[in-house]
Design a protein around this ligand. Structure first.
Ligand SMILES: Cc1ncc(COP(=O)(O)O)c(C=O)c1O
Length: 382
């Protein structure tokens, strides 16, 4: 794959390495949103099918992205917290422990912590302070899964530094104790291959505005059979059987649409956000997450070595993804001077915990990378 910068509106003077914060909109995603806004100029044009067709297409395309053969197991959600709430509210156990990685994103922490009021225990497996940090962290996660474990709720990569978690191994260990695997794929799905049939999560929750490259306030979730027949957090008419029969909506239906559709957010046929996210996912399918990883590996491989030679620490490439990695700053380099230098060179990255989070994508090129190197080098000699 070559650089895809032309598909975006990015300005040359800025080097945007912050897709983990928010993706820049592709031109065609923005156009899809504008078309959605304009469509309401004449509401008479909205037909019944318009409430269903684009959402069906979005579920189909998201399903292709995660290799899911049952699109009705995927639903539109407004946020990760919403998607996790549907899972947490439908757990069938009241004792035992939930395993989380240390310092993971709050939307995948607070709902679990709240469960402690009902008698469940939450165990955080913190990152070790060792040389083989990624490897050791995965080992302690696997160790923490025992007969008490009811669920592991975790990302595919850690949101602050990209440490990769071995979800297949976690799944296999959970199978031995009958535990659920709940994945927050927000910082990976779209850029890193995710295969539902291989990883077999019980739920996969993904915000849309980062690596799915869609707008804010829409995301996608997948719920496996463990959540069949559960209670959704809201009762929306469109999730019930025969909701396409607008004339007869007050012939109230007891049954929900099949599989996971009951968990879909009300007014899911959002005529602005749904076409935007669908357009973005169609482009991701054309690129392919494996090719995105390969492009970023080629773009950054030699620079990563240079950054490490400067004295910064970056996780071994076997234990991180190429689209998101943390740069740990050694004591000899002043964090203040580094932040100043990044600002001066117009590099957009994020400070997350003790790492500087770098999150490149296919719009980044050699010019951006050279600027990043320059900005990282300057405070060493300052
Ligand atoms: C791992 C992860 N999950 C979820 C979110 C967003 O959560 P929500 O959609 O609940 O605001 C973020 C935002 O940075 C994130 O990094």
């Amino acid at each position: 794959m070559k650089c895809q910068r032309k598909k975006f509106f990015l300005q040359r003077k800025n080097a945007y390495f912050n897709c983990a914060y928010m993706s820049p909109s592709m031109k065609k995603v923005e156009n899809a949103g504008i078309a959605g806004i304009k469509s309401k100029r004449n509401p008479a044009k909205f037909a019944v099918d318009d409430f269903f067709n684009e959402t069906t297409a979005l579920r189909n395309n998201f399903s292709k992205l995660i290799n899911n053969e049952e699109p009705e197991r995927t639903v539109i959600i407004p946020s990760v917290s919403y998607g996790i709430a549907n899972a947490v509210n439908n757990l069938k156990f009241t004792n035992g422990k939930i395993v989380l990685a240390g310092e993971q994103f709050p939307s995948n922490v607070y709902p679990w912590v709240k469960l402690q009021e009902k008698g469940l225990r939450v165990e955080f497996v913190e990152a070790p302070n060792s040389k083989q940090r990624g490897e050791d962290w995965n080992a302690s996660l696997l160790e923490s899964i025992d007969s008490e474990t009811r669920a592991v709720a975790i990302g595919h990569v850690h949101w602050s530094d990209g440490t990769r978690f071995l979800l297949e191994e976690i799944r296999n260990k959970l199978d031995q104790v009958g535990g659920l695997l709940i994945v927050d794929g927000t910082q990976s799905v779209g850029a890193l291959p995710f295969d539902v049939q291989q990883i077999r999560p019980d739920a996969l929750i993904v915000a849309g505005y980062k690596w799915l490259m869609g707008p804010y306030s829409i995301g996608m979730a997948y719920y496996g059979s463990a959540f069949d027949g559960g209670q959704p957090i809201e009762e929306n008419w469109i999730n019930r059987m025969q909701s396409e029969d607008f004339a007869n909506l007050v012939k109230y239906q007891d049954d929900y649409r099949p599989k996971a559709i009951r968990y879909e957010v009300g007014e899911h046929s959002n005529f602005i956000l749904v076409p935007m996210l669908n357009t973005a996912i169609k482009q991701l399918l054309k690129w392919g997450p494996e090719n995105i990883q390969e492009y970023l590996d080629r773009l950054l491989k030699s620079s990563v070595s240079e950054i490490v030679e400067m004295g910064y620490q970056i996780e071994d490439s076997n234990w991180r993804a190429n689209h998101l990695f943390g740069i740990r700053v050694p004591e000899k380099i002043s964090r203040e001077k580094l932040n100043h230098s990044l600002k001066k060179h117009r590099i957009s990255v994020s400070n997350r915990g003790d790492a500087i989070r770098v999150a490149p994508h296919v719009y980044n090129d050699e010019i951006d990378v050279r600027k990043l190197l320059k900005a990282l080098k300057e405070p060493i000699f300052a």
